[in-house]
Write a protein that binds this ligand. Structure first.
Ligand code: HEM
Ligand code: HEM
Ligand SMILES: [Fe+2]
Length: 443
């Protein structure tokens, strides 16, 4: 670690890690409701509330991770301390307070309703304030030295895009079609636009530091990826406009452009593997390498392959809104953004804690356990989704009868989710104990 203020990232990673644990707990609660008829929490925490908390926690902890990652990367790229560490700390507390209020609010029934954007308007405005403080602080740090790098530029671009798009999720509209039209500007254009830019720049930074390959090479690929992500991802929004009352041309636009979306993701895989092959320094922290390479591969399968599988209207007209979607949602979010955050954390944490050599055993166990069980979870939901699509949509069986046939696969999903939870716990323990019990004479 080169700059003292990079330490601020640690506080963000702590919050991210704790909320990750909480997200998994709420996932298990939500999933249990699919497996059993008897639900002791029915009146306190019904399915929709538990689900809202589960997915809100997901997005919020990933954002904490991105923010921490940014505060770690920007000083090194800009070659200066963070403009205001105090502001960064204030931003953290404000965001955490909004998050806690939102969760308590959901349990009390205070919700806006739209999935992922359930936060009531007042809290949404608070989130905008958090974003403004963050962008201001990051921007002021960058212009202190004017050491513009492509990595910084793309990172800032992604963060600005992320914040601007959120504004489209704030306004209440009378027409459900217009409401959903703009809802996708937040949901789709985040994960298939802004977040991909952030991912590209964070990965570029880590690969640069980890492998010592030439900056020009890393940045050249970053340009290509960013260009392609924006080109395919923006028009690719059309894959959500097939059936919500938007004009017919979206069938074509959505099909063609979203079918191209796996391309930039594939490039990320090729690019990462090439960087690793051409590395110029010995990589001591093998664990980061596993998270990085594993991450791009899982990103490709979860988002690219699982996304492509149901993106054409000829297929999506049958699979839309089934458990196929939930299978893809878990796979893509895990492969792309959970693994990216864990890559970032495993890269930065040893440096922040000042441990050169650390016992990577538990980290590797967490890596394999989470990946293995996530794949089983995803396959379980996929089978449930195929049954749902075929019985309900093709054969016309009614909803609840179909659910009965899906239950076995929900059980497979839920049991393997406990395995995933064990992996997540290993990571959490590793996060908090790294350097404490592992600061051996060697390190
Ligand atoms: C990392 C990137 C991605 C993430 C995190 C992600 C996540 C999600 C999530 C959570 C949903 C469900 C939204 C909802 O209805 O509540 C969804 C839907 C969908 N995704 Fe992705 N996705 C990603 C990339 C992609 C890509 C690259 C494609 C296409 C190649 C794709 C195709 C789709 C389609 C077609 C749907 C709608 C499914 C339906 O009709 O029910 N996704 N995605
Ligand atoms: C490990 C325990 C977990 C369990 C038991 C679990 C369970 C569930 C359940 C039951 C739902 C609701 C699905 C529906 O509406 O039909 C859900 C939604 C979701 N979960 Fe999880 N989850 C877990 C972990 C995770 C993780 C680690 C991630 C992130 C990578 C994640 C991301 C999501 C997303 C994005 C959705 C919304 C999907 C959509 O809109 O289609 N979950 N989860
Ligand atoms: Fe999408």
């Amino acid at each position: 670690m080169k700059y003292e203020s990079q330490k601020i990232a640690y506080n963000y990673f702590v919050v991210a890690t704790l909320l990750f644990g909480l997200q998994v707990i709420f996932g298990l609660i939500t999933g249990a409701k699919y497996v059993w008829d008897f639900d002791p929490l029915l009146n306190i925490l019904p399915f929709n509330t538990a689900r809202a908390i589960h997915i809100n926690l997901l997005v919020v902890w990933l954002l904490f991770g991105f923010m921490g990652g940014t505060y770690y990367i920007v000083p090194e790229e800009a070659k200066t301390e963070i403009y205001s560490p105090k502001l960064a700390q204030l931003q953290l507390w404000l965001f955490a307070a909004i998050g806690v209020t939102a969760i308590i609010g959901y349990i009390a029934g205070w919700s806006w309703g739209m999935p992922f954007l359930e936060q009531p308007t007042v809290l949404k405005i608070g989130i905008v304030v958090v974003a403004l403080i963050f962008l201001f602080n990051v921007f002021m740090t960058m212009i202190k030295t004017k050491e513009w790098t492509v990595i910084q530029g793309v990172l800032l671009g992604g963060l600005v895009m992320l914040a601007l798009l959120f504004l489209f999720g704030i306004f209440f509209m009378k027409n459900l079609t217009t409401q959903y039209y703009y809802w996708w500007w937040v949901i789709h254009l985040w994960v298939e636009g802004a977040w991909e830019l952030i991912t590209g720049s964070i990965m570029a930074f880590i690969l640069l530091k980890l492998t010592g390959v030439d900056r020009e090479l890393v940045e050249k690929w970053l340009y290509i990826e960013v260009g392609l992500v924006l080109f395919t991802g923006m028009a690719g929004t059309g894959h959500h406009y097939y059936w919500i009352g938007t004009p017919k041309y979206w069938l074509w636009v959505g099909a063609v452009f979203s079918a191209l979306e796996p391309l930039p993701i594939l490039f990320m895989v090729i690019d990462t593997l090439r960087d690793v092959k051409e590395r110029k320094v010995e990589i001591e922290n093998k664990l980061v390498l596993y998270w990085a390479v594993g991450g791009v591969v899982m990103h490709f399968f979860g988002a690219g392959v699982w996304g492509f599988a149901h993106t054409l209207p000829q297929i999506n007209q049958w699979t839309h809104g089934t458990q196929i979607t939930a299978s893809h949602g878990h796979f893509a979010f895990f492969g792309a953004y959970v693994m990216l955050n864990l890559t970032m954390i495993y890269f930065a944490l040893p440096q922040i804690k000042g441990v050169k050599v650390f016992n990577q055993g538990l980290g590797f166990k967490a890596f394999w356990t989470m990946n293995f069980f996530m794949i089983i979870m995803v396959l379980g939901l996929a089978v449930a989704g195929v049954i749902q699509t075929y019985f309900q949509r093709v054969l016309g069986m009614d909803y609840l009868t179909t659910q009965g046939f899906m239950r076995l696969w929900f059980a497979v999903f839920w049991v393997s989710a406990w395995g995933f939870a064990a992996g997540a716990l290993m990571y959490i323990i590793d996060f908090f104990t790294m350097g404490r019990i592992q600061k051996s004479p060697a390190g």
